[in-house]
Design a protein around this ligand. Structure first.
Ligand code: ARG
Length: 485
């Protein structure tokens, strides 16, 4: 009979579309924390007996123990984490379990659990971003004096140092951490007590539960409390911007690791290879960090679309809030950890003389030696020309004609292309260049010190990193320029 099928098949499809335990079981710790706070508040307010509260709290401990040793039965028939916990509580302690849900609804319960989860996720992201900043800072400090070409349009432009380049990411990740912290402070209000949508007639104490769960205060409007997910959207927006920054750093690592750039390499255990192309050292991890951005930005679009146009207050649409958020933060978590490890293990060799960029100020000076604006550049040029004869094709010789650096190590393997060689070359210049050199270096040193102060003030836990910003022309003395015609 079709009627029999009609009554059973919709029930199956209803369960299939309705069930969320597979996703929201991740909220178990938050659900238990919320239930404990709610239970204690109900007892204190005399809404339930202390004996019942004790039984409930004991039962919640037993539930937690089962979850921790993997024996808790997560069952689809109970739809979601809230009903699974409550059903199990009833099996464990019997009748008092029913009193836990007094003055509460799954609507404020899920709003609470999810908010607590997202708050933790934001805190974790801030901690990871600070760890990443710290890794980048140490590396930048280590390469404070190592030259590399700065790029625009991915064309070699002006000289910078690797330290200066890396510090750009330290700034980006600092703002990212700030965005997570902002989102956290706005979301840190408790929705508990809003119940289904209009609050509860029981004499509950929302301030007590809010304080116990680490919130600044209860949310002001109960309809808003159960029905907005802007806290999740805001943290996804912060995650998306962070992911964008991570993808740029990852992209640079990918490019730097190509043999054509040869700026960086990674140890074997952080790359993959190919059996038929043994020369390859694939930066898969960096590529995947770059790619995770797709999921993270996609999650922001997904949840924004779910929330758009929903009438107040709760609708079941909102059950679809968790998958994108879990997916985005899982991806971000992996990406942040991976990029930090990649960064700590990169071996850089950005100082290959073939890559030396042109100091445009010095070139201007060559073109217009009398221009007043070229005064400073002129001093720099004089420093260079006093010490060296500079050839167009990137060799540099001292006055005796000995090549001290060159762009063709295959033909003139006088010195390598390493950071160590650059340090040697820098020292050589310093001894030969006289007062002008010292003046410029002093200015740069002061700017370095100023910036290091600010970075230290801004970032707790990142102290003791002496660095390193705003010195784009620290190094022009070392760069070959066209000889005067
Ligand atoms: N699993 C649900 C969710 O995630 C819990 C809230 C259910 N509330 C309701 N009125 N059906 O949104």
């Amino acid at each position: 009979m079709w009627g029999g099928r009609f009554s059973s098949r919709p029930a199956e499809i209803m369960q299939a579309i309705n069930v969320s335990i597979g996703v929201d079981q991740r909220l178990w710790a938050q659900d238990l924390a919320g239930s404990r706070a709610h239970c204690r508040m109900l007892a204190k307010q005399g809404v339930i007996q202390q004996a019942d509260a004790d039984a409930i709290l004991g039962g919640l401990d037993a539930v937690e123990a089962e979850i921790l040793d993997g024996t808790f039965p997560f069952r689809e028939q109970f739809e979601d984490i809230h009903m699974n916990v409550e059903a199990r509580l009833n099996e464990l302690i019997g009748e008092p379990s029913g009193r836990l849900h007094t003055a509460r609804s799954r609507n404020d319960q899920v709003a609470l659990d999810f908010r607590l989860w997202v708050r933790d996720a934001c805190d974790r992201s801030v901690a990871q971003l600070k760890a990443l900043q710290s890794a980048l800072l140490s590396r930048a400090e280590q390469h404070a004096g190592d030259l590399m070409p700065g790029f625009t349009h991915l064309q070699t432009a002006q000289p910078v140092t690797l330290g200066h380049h890396l510090m750009a990411y330290v700034e980006m990740f600092g703002r990212d951490a700030g965005r997570f912290a902002d989102a956290r402070s706005r979301m840190n209000e408790s929705p508990l007590g809003a119940a289904a949508l209009a609050g509860s007639p029981f004499p509950i104490d929302r301030h007590m539960t809010a304080a116990e769960l680490g919130f600044d205060r209860p949310m002001a409007n109960s309809l808003d409390a159960v029905s907005d997910r802007d806290f999740a959207l805001e943290s996804l927006a912060a995650a998306s911007i962070t992911a964008g920054h991570l993808s740029r750093l990852a992209e640079e690592i990918v490019v730097w690791m190509t043999p054509m750039f040869g700026f960086a390499t990674l140890p074997d255990d952080l790359t993959t290879g190919s059996s038929i192309m043994p020369q390859k050292r694939n930066p898969d991890a960096a590529e995947l960090v770059r790619a995770k951005t797709g999921r993270i930005m996609g999650s922001l679009v997904a949840l924004s679309t779910v929330m758009k146009g929903l009438p107040l207050a709760y609708s079941k649409d909102m059950q679809e809030d968790k998958p994108p958020v879990f997916e985005a933060f899982d991806a971000l978590d992996l990406a942040l950890n991976a990029i930090e490890i990649i960064d700590r293990n990169l071996y850089e060799r950005t100082c290959d003389v073939r890559w030396w960029a042109t100091d445009s100020a010095v070139v201007d000076c060559v073109a217009q030696p009398d221009a007043a604006k070229a005064d400073h550049a002129g001093r720099r040029l004089k420093v260079i020309l006093d010490a060296y004869t500079v050839y167009l094709d990137l060799w540099i010789c001292d006055r005796a004609g000995t090549i001290v650096a060159n762009g063709r190590p295959d033909r003139y393997p006088v010195r390598g292309q390493s950071a160590r060689e650059m340090a040697w070359f820098r020292d050589a210049l310093a001894t030969k260049s006289g007062d002008d050199f010292a003046v410029v270096e002093d200015e740069d040193q002061r700017r370095v010190a100023d910036r290091a102060e600010t970075v230290r003030d801004d970032q707790d836990g990142l102290a003791n990193h002496q660095l390193l910003q705003g010195l784009p022309l620290l190094a022009p003395h070392f760069f070959p320029v066209p000889a005067k015609p």
